[in-house]
Design a protein around this ligand. Structure first.
Ligand SMILES: [Zn+2]
Length: 363
């Protein structure tokens, strides 16, 4: 049975967050507050420089509020404050636009991007406005469903899921996936369920995908034959959203997919036929390779499918043998800046080679 897999696309939304964050003893927010105090003390006789510095510091507070505190509303307030100190700060308008875009405030996002573009004619902003327009056109006809954790938009296609079913499925994923990671994002996550034609526009050219997470969860109604399929897909894509929220952007694809596939497996048993076949034929992807390549580099669809099955199987092995709490520890170590291999070694004393030996032995 061939099963459609799902994709994770990294889109960088945040415009800048300069300076190395050094102090382990001090939170990033405390460090910024201290810098703000210093700027007021030392630059009061140079208001122009003072305002520019304050704008940068408040902008960074916005980034930290979004990344560390998981608060879009606080992030927006800090970014607005940055703009009040420097009305020419195009990065702040762009970041505000990103936050509004992720929260489905499409008209406000357009106004923010436009303002940024008027100050700085960067083609990237044009691209963002183009994407926004495309989405806005599709989404204005979609139904809205309120939820305390998600912003849901749904175009009624042939299959009549009721809005409350989608909300129920997502709330369930929030609880059950969150339990393993001991993490519950506080930012509302946007979820869009598209009909066939419209999903094609947003799947980033990934032919084989049934769902995608690119800052928003986008699901293809067409790829789901039953409510159970939709549930499996929602668990998968929600895991991507959670992992990004928990760790940030530094998670390699195999790890993202391995984690997502394991959560999806709570709903639908994974197909591991290619993995079994590759094991028998001695054609498994070496773990060192798996850790470093992206599925796009593998070429054939069969190789990509094997990559997913191996990623699933390795995470399955780690969670069964060591528990989700250790996997979570590895992720938190990655959040603080370590690569996966270093983090795995620190937490489990495993190298890719020793992991490979133990994992293959368990198959
Ligand atoms: Zn995925």
């Amino acid at each position: 049975m061939t099963r459609k897999v799902c994709a994770f696309v990294v889109l960088t939304f945040l415009a800048l967050c300069d300076s190395g964050w050094s102090q382990a003893s001090m939170s990033r927010m405390q460090e910024l507050d201290q810098n703000i105090k210093m700027v007021y003390e030392q630059l009061s006789n140079d208001p122009k420089t003072m305002n520019q510095q304050l704008a940068i510091l408040y902008f960074n507070k916005g980034v930290v509020a979004y990344e560390d505190l998981q608060s879009t509303s606080k992030a927006m307030a800090y970014v607005r404050k940055a703009i009040s100190f420097d009305p020419q700060m195009h990065q702040a308008y762009e970041f505000l636009g990103d936050l509004q875009y992720l929260s489905q405030q499409m008209k406000q996002a357009r106004a923010s991007y436009l303002r940024a573009y008027q100050i700085n004619r960067d083609p990237r902003l044009k691209q963002k406005m183009g994407q926004l327009k495309k989405e806005f056109t599709v989404e204005k006809d979609m139904k809205k469903y309120g939820s305390s954790r998600f912003i849901i938009r749904y175009a009624n296609g042939d299959r009549d899921y009721e809005g409350y079913q989608i909300r129920q499925i997502l709330d369930e994923a929030y609880r059950k996936v969150g339990r393993d990671f001991q993490f519950y994002p506080t930012n509302k996550i946007t979820v869009l369920l598209y009909g066939k034609e419209n999903y094609t526009q947003f799947k980033h050219g990934l032919q084989w995908s049934a769902g995608v997470y690119d800052g928003k969860i986008r699901l293809s109604e067409d790829a789901t034959k039953s409510v159970q399929d939709l549930r499996a897909l929602a668990y998968h894509e929600y895991t991507h959203a959670l992992v990004q929220s928990l760790v940030g952007y530094a998670v390699p694809t195999w790890l993202h997919e391995g984690l997502a596939e394991n959560q999806e497996a709570k709903i639908q048993k994974p197909d591991l036929s290619l993995l079994q076949q590759a094991k028998v034929q001695g054609q498994l992807i070496p773990v060192e390779t798996l850790l470093r390549v992206s599925p796009g580099q593998l070429g054939s669809n069969a190789a990509i499918a094997l990559y997913y099955q191996q990623s699933y199987s390795i995470i399955h092995y780690l969670t069964k043998k060591y528990g989700w709490s250790k996997v979570r520890k590895i992720l938190l170590s990655m959040k603080s800046g370590k690569g996966f291999e270093q983090a795995m070694f620190d937490v489990l004393r495993l190298t890719p080679k020793t992991l490979e030996k133990k994992w293959v032995g368990s198959l």
